[in-house]
Design a protein around this ligand. Structure first.
Ligand SMILES: [Fe+2]
Ligand SMILES: [Fe+2]
Length: 214
């Protein structure tokens, strides 16, 4: 049962909302970490989805969600690059050691980056509680956790996400789109994310001509 919302859900093509630049210091602090595993594409796109999800679920603490999604995968930068592809996308990839390692390193990076920028210990703990286990813990612990988990998946439905992830998994774009529909949509935790995913996937399939190129 997904978390319902009575608030409007924006399912238009995703784009950056430049309404505030309050997190720019954090973005600038993770430039090096953004260069691994296409984080410089994944993190900004998932961040944009996270902001939309926060609009649809105003009871969530939006700052916790936005900071957690921004930092959640930075830990990949401290995992051996060759192991990301060899272990992170093959076999039982959801349980691969590198997945646990990138979560632990991501928590370390949050503890290094956030306090000098003025975030207190209680806030940092709320962020690391979400980063820790975001890929490996089966259950979500809070609404904020659920919104981060959904934003982390939603980028894959965009043409950029399909381009990168289909290559990682060794699938054609059409095959990857079918996997998104059959495996990833059912994993989404919120109704707003389901609506966004279905709209984004429908647009991507038409754009990428996945029917013709199957
Ligand atoms: Fe991750
Ligand atoms: Fe991620």
């Amino acid at each position: 049962m997904t978390v319902q919302t009575t608030h409007p859900v924006d399912i238009s093509p995703i784009h950056a909302d430049e309404r505030d630049r309050d997190l720019d210091p954090i973005w600038r602090a993770i430039v090096a970490e953004s260069r691994t595993r296409a984080n410089d594409i994944h993190l900004p796109i998932s961040f944009a989805f996270a902001e939309r999800l926060c609009d649809a679920y105003p009871d969530a603490d939006a700052l916790v969600v936005r900071v957690a999604i921004l930092l959640h995968d930075t830990g990949w930068a401290r995992v051996d690059e060759t192991r990301i592809l060899s272990e992170g996308f093959t076999g039982d990839w959801r349980k691969a050691d590198v997945r646990y390692e990138h979560e632990r390193h991501g928590c370390d990076i949050a503890r290094e980056v956030l306090p000098p920028l003025g975030y207190d210990d209680a806030f940092v703990t709320r962020v690391t509680d979400i980063i820790d286990g975001h890929d490996t813990r089966p259950e979500s612990h809070s609404l904020e956790d659920s919104l981060v988990r959904d934003a982390d998946r939603l980028w894959r439905f965009t043409p950029a996400g399909i381009a990168l992830a289909s290559g990682w998994f060794g699938l054609t774009p059409a095959e990857y789109c079918r996997r998104l529909r059959s495996e990833i949509v059912p994993e989404l935790l919120t109704e707003a994310a389901v609506q966004m995913a279905e709209a984004e996937l429908a647009r991507s399939e038409v754009l990428l001509k996945t029917e013709q190129l199957s």
